[in-house]
Design a protein around this ligand. Sequence first.
Ligand code: MOS
Length: 714
Amino acid sequence: MSTTSPRIGGFADRIDARSKVTGQARYAADVVLPGLAHAALVGSTIASGRVLGVDTARAEQAGGVLLVLTHLNRGPLGDLPNGDGDGLTADPRPPLADDRVHYRGQIVAMVVAESPEEAAHAASLVDVRYEPAPFVVDIDDADATRLADAPRRGDCAAALRAAPVTLDVVYSTPIQHPCPLEPHAAVAHWVDHDLVVHDTTQWVRGDQAVLARAFGLPRERVRVHAPFVGGSFGAKVFTAAHVLLAAVAARRLQRPVKAVLRSSEVLTAVGPRAATRQRIQLAAERDGRLLALRHHTRSHCATDRGVADLDPFYEPTSGVTRMLYACPHYEAVHDVVPLHLAKPGWMRAPGEATGLWALEGALDELACALHLDPLALRLRNHSSRDAHTGKPHASEHLRECYEQGAERFGWARRDLRPRSMRDGDAWLGWGMATATYPGNRDPASVSVRLDRERGRIHATVSTAGADLGTGMYTMLAVVVADALDLPLEWITVELGDTRLPPCPVTGGSNLTASTAPAARAACVQLRRRLLAFRRAPDESADWHELLSRAGLDQVEAVGTTDAVHDDARAHHSFGAVFVEVRVAPELGRIRVTRVVGVYDVGQVVDATTTRSQLIGGIVFGIGQALLEQLVHDPMHGLPVHADLAGYLLPTHADVPEIDVDWLEDVPDLAFNTIGCRGVGEIGITGVAPAIASAVHHAIGVRLRDLPLTPDRLL
Ligand code: MOS
């Protein structure tokens, strides 16, 4: 056992690794309780229309069946919150609310039985009669509504008319799906009229708020557990229908009920990343300096709230285009297109991953048109402030990312001309793009408790936030180890439980910046309290000894972080991504053979998990660029490949060695006391446009529609 304490910024071993590889870590679907019953869902087989009737007789008579829920017998559920801050529901309406169907796969019944097999069999016997109505699942086939929010500065139209150089291009992204490895799953049970739910969720308190509202309970009578979450990527922010229905059934049956989605259900009933069509108009000087940028996005939304009452969430593509580059004239407009699909939601850098695909692609085209190095064009338009608000970045080192990334990659050897490098049958191309993601931080509380145990000290760190597999356990342990000089082995971290100190949704790469400073603040309080018991100011701090002098077996402190209110400065992370591809045009094959990413993410808390997050993000980017798309059949409204065999994700064979690094000694201390910004999402940003830039460099073909599948090259 190592007894040295890790330091902030160093490489620590993941403290949850052993529990995961040995199967000790308990995920929601692993929960088994006495009397557990199992649910199976029945999804609508029409994409729009009404349920005329449901014949449940055969299902109810099937072996082991305990309950069949439909909209006719579901019973009352309270109105659900659907705004930020207080929980979010996956569908705008409660499940089984009425006879209306808004997308194919919408849950129209749920069967509960003694075993999962009996439930699945009985679900197949539920006979639903429908009255189908016309539907649209293609973003190019429906009318759009313009959102009122249209950020602008200067006079874009005039600048576009007068500029010496202009570019007008449309980039598109398909519907994509978060596809966490662990499917959505929940176990609900009632204990003395209190609701206890084990859910795989990014937000135990969001679930708690939704369930409390649904069942008319005070929040404290709903307890939600999510100690381990097997990936989520945005898909587990919302409280989904099966969670609410499991709780309904559990109350009705007075037994615990488990509902686990099949991957086909995850791909139909859980919201995807919206499709986008993005028109970018650029105006520039001949030296590449941007004069105007107009960004017109179409993205899709759900149909079932009506356009006047649109979902609060739409793919926020313009968040990044407005702030990244110095450009005096800017305008963004956003049209939303209601489609008969599950309500879109967050997925891996929502807005940045899609917005940068368009913006960075257009900049690459501008660089080519002006015979400029794409990197030189970025440098010419670099902004040390948020270009839209004008606030200076509190800590911004993007130029160093470009410089170090270019150096590691060997960018200086790049010939500007396409088709300038070959390797056997393949053309080689080098591309690059800028990465960026906002620094987000939300109010969080973390408690740290020290216990005297058998002659030594043990620390317990607790907060309600969930670790999505990203490394929260280790990250918080490192903060406490560093602050109190403790070895990791003496620290336990408790996460994902509504009874622990309040913590925001794990989303928007916010949790490290929210909880690490709170954990440190708790440690500072503990130090101060215990150091008062030293006999001399230079006496070394032995927490065990000091606790016993204080006459205590245990001492606890709670640290908090507040929301970001910085009127003076902006807080963003940045990076530069360089990519090499090998393209075989006669096969339409693109292989990514080298990636270098260098990032400015403030102070890194734990290097092991940061490195994994950045590499994982780049793998997302390779998926976004080359593979991922959910295609809906216009005849049936169903994804043509609603499983993980058909929805392609990068495998090891698709992923080359990825070289990531970050700048040292660049803490954003105006952001929080550690100076850290989150690293969960920045890795995906910039990767897809860098790949497309490299493909253009390889063969001179400009691809503007994702994913870059072989048919687009041939
Ligand atoms: Mo993330 S897509 O903000 O959960």
